[in-house]
Design a protein around this ligand. Structure first.
Ligand code: SME
Length: 167
């Protein structure tokens, strides 16, 4: 059985260092993308304090112009499809850069899936060959919940996910 340890009281860099270790153990030896994405979301959601949603949106290659479609997540049911360039997730996909938003109410075009969400961080998932797999999206009801420590930590976690054999 996977043993998750409590990290909420640690300083953020240590929270992420611990999560990286736990994530490596969780993904070890498994090559299924959906299973790994589901366990990734569950690990982060239950380990980090102050989140109300986290999950994946994957690129739907069949849609012209680029579209994201909902993948494994934790939290309330969410918007299923997001066009490239729309909202925080679509902006991360279109620009291929991490979006760190202190207050989503001030973000032009923000898509409100859960009215409780206030802060958001979205990391693009770039494959070694340059293709975009999708984005990793994390929401919080607390304004300015995410900072540069979260940007670095989430980028490291997604890198571990992308290195798993499934991708
Ligand atoms: N708020 C996001 C949409 C996804 S949900 O938060 C789960 C956005 O603006 O892209």
């Amino acid at each position: 059985m996977f043993q998750r340890s409590a990290i909420a009281d640690l300083p953020k860099p240590q929270q992420y260092a611990e999560l990286v270790t736990q994530l490596r153990g969780l993904l070890q030896g498994e090559c299924n993308l959906i299973a790994n994405a589901a366990n990734f979301a569950a690990l982060v959601y239950h380990a980090l304090p102050g989140l109300n949603w986290c999950g994946f949106y994957f690129v739907d290659a069949a849609v012209a112009g680029g579209e994201l479609v909902l993948g494994p997540f934790q939290g309330q049911p969410a918007c299923v499809r997001i066009a490239f360039g729309r909202g925080v997730c679509g902006t991360a996909a279109a620009t291929r850069t991490t979006q760190l938003v202190a207050d989503v109410h001030a973000f032009p075009g923000h898509i409100a899936c859960d009215a409780a969400s206030r802060a958001e961080i979205v990391v693009p998932l770039l494959l070694p060959d340059g293709r975009l797999l999708g984005v990793w999206d994390v929401d919080s009801p607390q304004r300015a919940r995410f900072d540069e420590d979260d940007r670095a930590g989430m980028q490291t976690l997604t890198a571990v996910f992308l290195q798993a054999c499934a991708v």
